[in-house]
Design a protein around this ligand. Structure first.
Ligand SMILES: Nc1ncnc2c1ncn2[C@@H]1O[C@H](COP(=O)(O)OP(=O)(O)O)[C@@H](O)[C@H]1O
Ligand SMILES: [Mg+2]
Length: 208
């Protein structure tokens, strides 16, 4: 193989990230949180497409913002336009998608923000991996447990229709699995809870 055939993304053994030596930062996450006068955390909304994750995440972000909190929203669909636009929907790409956004969420939490995340994140192992990189109590998993038939009847983006027609492959709930959380901090069902009620319930379990 000539040099020109080598992918620029190929990692050489001598360039492995494990060779990097951690450089301690002068300003700690605690000092940053103190400056912003809040308790940073990651609120992770998981559930089927159409369950209401983005709707609730936006409502929650708006309430936090109106209260003067420094929050930020990470939404799966939006990040797939940029950071994760090279990833598909296979199990391995979904794992990488969640690994990346988990790391981004962690950086934002270290910067002192209250980070609201809306990702289908269908695999328990991937969500568990994200939980494991956060300090105890700063990762709040919210299961948006809206029944599949309700999500499908809403079909806000017409994706279920395409999945049923076989146009979309690897569609969670139809042709791909969704592994429900076993011990989420909170479970909501948007066929019963209004957006306002869901937002209130999430706020009630946060210690900001
Ligand atoms: N109680 C509710 N909570 C959240 N969304 C709701 C509710 N009732 C109806 N919806 C509607 O369901 C759809 C959910 O879509 P979306 O938030 O994009 O879901 P997701 O991000 O989980 O794919 C929206 O069209 C929203 O208006
Ligand atoms: Mg969404």
């Amino acid at each position: 193989m000539s040099k020109d055939d080598t992918s620029p993304y190929e990692v050489k053994s001598t360039e492995l990230a494990s060779e990097a030596v951690w450089h301690n930062m002068k300003i700690s996450p605690e000092q940053r949180a103190l400056l912003l006068q809040q308790k940073p955390c990651c609120i992770w909304l998981t559930g089927l497409s159409g369950a209401g994750k983005s709707t609730i995440a936006n409502a929650l972000d708006a309430v936090l913002h109106s209260q003067g909190k420094k929050s930020f929203l990470l939404d799966g669909d939006n990040l797939r336009h940029g950071l994760n636009k090279d990833l598909g929907m296979s199990e391995i790409d979904r794992a990488e998608n969640i690994r990346r956004v988990g790391e981004v969420a962690k950086l934002l939490v270290e910067a002192g923000l209250i980070v609201v995340c809306a990702f289908i994140s269908p695999y328990r192992r991937d969500r568990q991996m994200v939980r494991s990189i956060f300090a105890q109590g700063s990762f709040i998993e919210v299961f948006i447990d809206t029944p599949l038939n309700v999500c499908e009847s809403r079909d806000p983006k017409g994706l279920y229709k395409k999945a049923r027609q076989g146009i979309l492959k690897n569609f969670t709930g139809i042709s791909d699995p969704y592994e429900a959380p076993q011990a989420p901090e909170l479970t909501l069902d948007t066929s019963r809870n209004s957006v306002e009620d869901s937002t209130k319930q999430i706020l009630s379990i946060l210690s900001l």
